[in-house]
Design a protein around this ligand. Structure first.
Ligand code: C5P
Length: 220
């Protein structure tokens, strides 16, 4: 029988460096990558586009059933308004339930890599990957950084994209999303008891990747 696919589960708050580290780990270890935040963003986006209310169960569940087959690379998913709508739909238990199966299927039958080869497993990032989606994952990372440092990075990213933003407002948004994600009753953001903690506050992206790579390499 073939070995079970490697599952690297990555959780943490917004702008802690999860996505960049997850992508680089996937490329380094020949693993397929799933950004689960983009699923919730797609749901939030569809609700907003239809003129609905992201906190309203019926609107959000209908959107959750309609996301598959759409582009998850769409830049319109990257706005602050969509991030906020994503955090609201993500607090609705029926929305989370509608997205569980697709996430687990990605782990058991991952897609081929861009070079056409089958991956040895997957890297999946989000808020509840090590706690709810893949509690049995062989490797779990909880990647975090101080709210001020995460706001600084987000602010810099916006400026790099030519979008003017006020640092205080960005910090407030970071804190508001932390609060929504960590206090919701269903699948709140929290570190799994068997996750490795990686605090990137004082690390360059290169140093953070290397630390994550060493943790994964020690297990695979
Ligand atoms: O990671 P990203 O910032 O794209 O996620 C957007 C929002 O989607 C998060 O603030 C969170 O509320 C929600 N989310 C979630 N569970 C996941 C991934 C994202 O609740 N696994």
């Amino acid at each position: 029988m073939a070995a079970a696919p490697i599952i690297v589960a990555i959780d943490g708050p917004a702008a802690a460096g999860k996505g960049t580290i997850a992508r680089r780990l996937a490329a380094h270890f020949n693993l397929a990558y799933l950004d689960t935040g983009s699923l919730y963003r797609q749901v939030g986006f569809l609700v907003l586009e239809a003129g609905g209310d992201p906190s309203e169960g019926e609107d959000a569940v209908a959107a959750a059933r309609a996301i598959f087959g759409r582009s998850f690379e769409d830049q319109r998913l990257r706005t602050q308004a969509v991030a906020d709508a994503a955090a609201r739909v993500a607090a609705i238990p029926e929305v989370r339930a509608a997205l569980i199966e697709a996430q687990r299927r990605f782990g058991t039958t991952p897609p081929l890599l861009p070079d056409g080869k089958p991956p040895k497993g997957v890297v999946v990032d989000g808020r509840d990957i090590g706690t709810v989606i893949f509690p049995e994952a062989g490797i779990k990372l909880f990647i975090t950084a101080s709210p001020e440092e995460r706001a600084r990075r987000r602010h810099q990213e916006l400026m790099d994209r030519g979008i003017s933003a006020n640092f205080g407002e960005v910090l407030e948004e970071v804190r508001a999303r932390d609060e929504l994600d960590a206090t919701r009753p269903v699948s709140p953001l929290k570190q799994a008891s068997d996750a490795h903690l990686l605090d990137t506050t004082d690390l360059s992206i290169e140093a953070a990747f290397e630390a994550a790579r060493d943790i994964v390499a020690a297990t695979v």
